[in-house]
Design a protein around this ligand. Structure first.
Ligand code: NOJ
Length: 741
């Protein structure tokens, strides 16, 4: 069922206002500029803010990004409302990606919780904090499906699967927006980047994308569709080209699909200067042409390029552009402003007292700890090394063990630097005592100066000796390693995704003196850890887990919480395997006859992922049995019920994510070998068992054609159920077109 966020009763008000607007005033609504410097949005020349404030007073700006704080926003809003002829309030937007000040795990990490209620709550709290700081609109969720861990922005999405991505997109949109955009706690959401940005060639950010329409429809678009159905108020296009067309100038995506067959009624914002970049892509000769292309294609708001500010007027005046397209874009912007209640009270979200009392509230941090521990994934646990025992002597080692900044992750909005609970703090609070600690080695972040050689680590091994000393004397080593916050995120693609710098070397030396090592891995992306997976007996994937990371990690290390996270993205053995994803096609040569070379594989590496999609261990064990379908044959229009018995056969209470996959065995075009089609996170006490059931309609068994039609093909289907995409029970059924009787 689709949610609608733009009330019908606002339409006459939008129309009436539009009638009063001059062309100049209309164009003003389509320009968006930053009023504060952000590392993602440099302001450039000095005096830029003053120049832009003048534009606000002249009604030439319709929305602002990167300005935050109830007081600052109120002041600028007053200028728009009081000094412009029509007093149209501004929209204030910001990238509130995984928290405003209280940080939740980076989105990829949070998706590993497979807990949609918890994810929705994080977005709700993010909205509550951001709205208290005067904001109306977040540029989130990023719903780009991604298959290549080299791409730095994998941290910002929900991973490689369109179904999980769609569920998470829905939860995040609902969380940000709540039930009513005019509510004081609501933030308009933005589904981005429309479309294909996550498929940049070789995982290099901003690189070209080339995709079949079939993949676009079935892999890239489903999370956008889900966001739309959840009522997402805005869309953002992107920096990439798709088949040579800059998506900002892509009329098929924006006009035909989004605003055409999907009937989206809100505004589409460009990405930062992506209208200007149409020229750099080589698809327009100057800004005037870029403005024409973008507006014609359906980009309503120009973020930062000046193209609309400088050229829309003359494009209309010389007849190149019909004013109707401007009217359409403006009415979309006004629709959002009315829906947010800005015309009724432009200062609703601008109370400094409220801001002070709400941001960083204790209950927000309680949730941050709760969702962080649900997001942790136990990748390996040989001989039940984890959980740790309270009487064990622990050596805490690693460049991220005492780091209070890395857990905040990239895209941390207004989180205060170094404000996260470190693992050292978490463990010390648990033991009420300091542990033996050594940094071991440093991680030096990649240089922002691209002319310089990019170095990830100092060659400085001075701390090795101290680390080895405490490792030798300990019962067990907890090594906290990985990537710093800024090694993933926008512009942070990496060609080598092993543990950066000296960390692996340090681990190798630690293993020589103590082989009881737990690796706590902080990262914004899957890493290639073939050596670690062989040699480190326990690996806990902690992502960049947010403000309460250290407590959440301690909860899992000490067994106060039984790990329940599952990978939303495959971990490769080697970077050469990328792109890697579980829902691939079969190929004509999927498996080898003994001794054969001519089949789909790399000669030098096991072709399976190191850790597959859906993988994640627990401190207890679960058994799946009795997978049942009520019938062997179904007919179009039937409901299909699948049941499986799940039993907790381990020694403690725990949660399992029951994953349901499907394979459509014969179709044209061919379908993937597995596709996630449902999941449930189930908690069971020790010894408890439960029948878990899933229900589909036969109409759910289809796929999108290249033209965007939903098609269901009769034939044989295979159903799989299990606790990861690799260990599955299976059964078959046949779908027939109609019941002859
Ligand atoms: C560029 C990013 O691609 C986009 O996701 C973000 O919302 C804008 N910058 C604004 O910061």
């Amino acid at each position: 069922m689709s949610v609608s966020v733009f009330p019908e009763e606002n339409e006459p008000r939008i129309e009436a206002l539009l009638q009063q607007m001059s062309l100049d005033e209309k164009i003003g609504q389509l320009n968006q500029y930053a009023l504060r410097e952000e590392h993602t949005g440099p302001l450039g020349k000095k005096g830029q803010v003053a120049k832009r404030m003048k534009l606000v007073a002249e009604g030439k700006i319709g929305s602002v990004l990167n300005l935050t704080g109830a007081k600052a926003i109120r002041e600028v809003q007053q200028i728009a409302v009081k000094q412009t002829r029509l007093g149209i309030p501004l929209l204030f937007a910001y990238d509130v990606i995984h928290g405003y000040e209280t940080m939740f795990p980076v989105p990829l990490g949070e998706s590993a919780s497979w807990d949609l209620t918890a994810i929705e709550k994080s977005s709700r709290i993010s909205a509550i904090e951001a709205a208290a700081a005067g904001l109306h609109w977040t540029f989130a969720p990023m719903v780009d499906v991604t298959r290549d861990a080299r791409w730095g922005r994998v941290m910002e999405g929900a991973g490689e699967d369109p179904y999980l991505g769609a569920q998470v997109a829905w939860a995040r949109v609902r969380g940000f927006q709540g039930d009513n955009l005019a509510d004081i706690n609501a933030l308009a959401a933005c589904a981005k980047h429309f479309a294909g940005y996550g498929f940049s060639e070789s995982g290099k950010d901003y690189n070209a994308v080339d995709l079949s329409r079939h993949t676009l429809q079935n892999v890239v678009l489903p999370p956008f569709r889900a966001a739309l159905e959840a009522g997402v108020a805005t869309f953002m296009n992107g920096f990439n080209t798709l088949g040579g067309v800059p998506v900002t100038a892509d009329a098929y995506l924006q006009r035909d699909l989004l605003k055409g067959s999907w009937k989206f009624a809100g505004p589409v914002v460009s990405d930062w200067n992506s209208i200007g970049e149409i020229i750099t892509h080589g698809a327009a000769s100057d800004k005037m042409e870029a403005a024409l292309l973008a507006m014609t294609a359906g980009s309503d708001i120009d973020m930062e390029s000046d193209a609309y500010l400088d050229h829309l007027q003359s494009l209309v005046e010389d007849g190149s552009l019909d004013e109707k397209s401007i009217d359409d874009a403006v009415s979309r912007v006004l629709r959002l402003k009315f829906a947010l209640g800005l015309f009724d009270d432009p200062y609703l979200r601008s109370s400094s007292e409220r801001e002070k009392s709400i941001i960083g509230a204790a209950r927000h941090h309680e949730h941050a700890r709760e969702v962080a521990r649900k997001s942790l994934v136990l990748l390996r646990n040989e001989n039940d090394l984890l959980p740790l025992q309270k009487d064990q002597k622990i050596a805490l080692i690693g460049p991220l063990a005492a780091d209070k900044d890395t857990p905040l992750g990239n895209w941390r909005a207004r989180a205060k630097s170094n404000s996260a609970i470190s693992v050292q703090e978490g463990l010390s609070a648990y033991f009420d005592d300091d542990l033996d600690y050594s940094i071991g080695c440093q991680i030096v972040e990649s240089s922002f100066d691209f002319a310089k050689k990019i170095e990830f680590a100092e060659e400085d091994k001075t701390h090795f000796a101290a680390a080895l000393q405490i490792a030798r004397e300990a019962d067990i080593v907890v090594a906290v390693m990985g990537e710093t916050a800024n090694m993933s995120g926008e512009g942070r693609s990496r060609a080598d995704i092993g543990l950066p710098g000296l960390q692996q070397e340090l681990l190798r030396e630690i293993c020589q003196v103590n082989d009881r090592v737990v690796l706590v891995l902080m990262t914004g992306r899957p890493l290639a850890l073939a050596w670690e997976a062989e040699n480190i007996p326990a690996i806990l994937l902690a992502w960049h887990a947010g403000s309460q990371a250290g407590h959440a990690i301690t909860d899992v290390l000490m067994g106060a919480y039984c790990p329940s996270g599952k990978l939303p993205m495959s971990f490769p053995r080697s970077v050469g395997q990328l792109p890697m994803y579980y829902n691939h096609l079969s190929t004509g040569r999927p498996t080898a006859a003994p001794g054969l070379v001519f089949y789909q594989h790399h000669n030098d590496v096991d072709r399976r992922p190191l850790y597959p999609f859906g993988h994640g261990l627990s401190y207890t064990s679960f058994r799946f049995e009795n997978l049942k379908l009520e019938k062997e044959e179904y007919y179009f229009g039937d409901s299909i019920r699948v049941t499986v018995e799940l039993k907790n056969i381990g020694a403690t209470k725990g949660e399992e994510v029951v994953q349901l996959y499907l394979q459509d065995l014969v179709a044209m075009p061919a379908r993937p070998v597995l596709e996630l089609k449902g999941f449930q996170k189930i908690e069971l006490a020790q010894g408890e068992s439960r029948i878990v059931s899933f229900q589909w309609e036969t109409t759910d068994l289809g796929y999108w054609t290249a033209e965007g039609e939903w098609k269901i093909e009769a034939g044989m289907f295979r159903v799989f159920v299990g606790g990861s995409s690799e260990h599955l029970l299976e059964s078959n059924f046949i779908l027939n077109e109609k019941d002859e009787y």
